[in-house]
Design a protein around this ligand. Structure first.
Ligand SMILES: [Zn+2]
Length: 313
């Protein structure tokens, strides 16, 4: 019965392709199975964040590590960040923030894109579900990352919902037929947060980023509007006129981010033992952590280790 339905779909699709004059997208196989990556195949990772700074904060370390190994990483900010400052807003702020994440992307060795959707106004609409579905397909992603849908900010929540809503659709040929469906369902992962209700973040992968932590801190350092100046809830008090104090302020920002990644390593220390020898795990200072979403492909530990090729003992 399944086979018959698939065959019918193929016929219909062929007709659509001829009529529309679109390129042939390959087979219709909606394969959500755990096909193995060939050893020489480079990974393709796409990370969604609600604002131009979220991906850098949550996955800047692993992005730099994947990039250093020749894998392809793309960060997407789903909104343009145009209300994310206490002093300025609108188009000029959106442009400024786009420039900031582009500078960060150069440091990390990755690609970045900022979608032109107003900050603070993201909704989980069908239009945006299609947009996210296309972006994941166009990147031919093996891994997709996003916020959990119970994060604190509505843009974070709806980014999480939109990515979840795309998690199956990326494999379905007749939605967004202008972009080829993925033959293999990607692995979807969530960033950490500290919210307990309705359920706390539970990491499946915790990665040491000690080898790239300075690079990550450099990348966060160029996102001046958000971190040095304090973003939406900042103030002029954060920006001293005295150059020596400005230097101190930059160092303070850097130290705070180092501590943030240190606290992830401390919070999930027992989970680090799953991925590193006990000796090595004890020495890890900075980490990033990710939780598997149930809706994408469900990799086993062997596949996760292949997707995160950083766990040499
Ligand atoms: Zn954000």
């Amino acid at each position: 019965m399944k086979f018959v339905r698939l065959a019918s779909a193929t016929v219909i699709r062929s007709i659509v392709v001829v009529i529309a004059g679109l390129p042939v997208f390959g087979t219709f196989s909606v394969n959500a199975g755990a096909a193995e990556l060939p050893g020489d195949e480079k990974l393709r990772i796409i990370c969604f964040g609600a604002h131009p700074d979220d991906c850098e904060l949550q996955a800047g370390g692993v992005a730099a590590m994947w990039s250093a190994k020749g894998h392809k990483v793309k960060f997407v900010s789903v909104t343009n960040g145009d209300i994310g400052h206490w002093r300025e807003a609108g188009g000029p702020l959106a442009l400024r923030r786009k420039n900031e994440v582009e500078a960060a992307a150069k440091i990390l060795g990755i690609t970045t894109e900022v979608l032109d959707i107003h900050d603070g106004e993201l909704l989980p609409t069908l239009e945006y579900r299609r947009l996210i579905t296309r972006l994941i397909r166009e990147w031919n992603a093996d891994i997709v990352m996003s916020h959990r849908p119970n994060d604190y900010h509505p843009d974070h929540r709806y980014t999480g919902v939109l990515v979840q809503d795309a998690a199956y659709m990326v494999t379905v040929p007749f939605i967004c037929p202008d972009v080829p469906p993925l033959k293999k369902n990607p692995v979807f992962l969530y960033y950490p947060d500290s919210f307990q209700k309705p359920n706390p973040f539970q990491p499946d992968v915790v990665v040491s980023i000690d080898s790239v932590v300075e690079k990550k801190l450099d990348a966060l350092g160029v996102i001046v509007s958000q971190f040095y100046e304090g973003g939406a809830n900042g103030s002029a008090d954060l920006m001293p006129a005295d150059p020596a104090k400005q230097k101190d302020r930059h160092q303070q920002v850097r130290d705070n981010f180092a501590k943030r990644n240190q606290s992830i390593a401390a919070r999930f220390r027992s989970k680090l033992d799953d991925w590193y020898t006990k000796d090595r795990a004890e020495k890890i200072k900075h980490a990033e952590a990710f939780e598997l979403c149930e809706y994408g492909r469900r990799p086993d530990k062997t596949e996760l280790a292949r997707l995160f090729p950083f766990f040499e003992k």
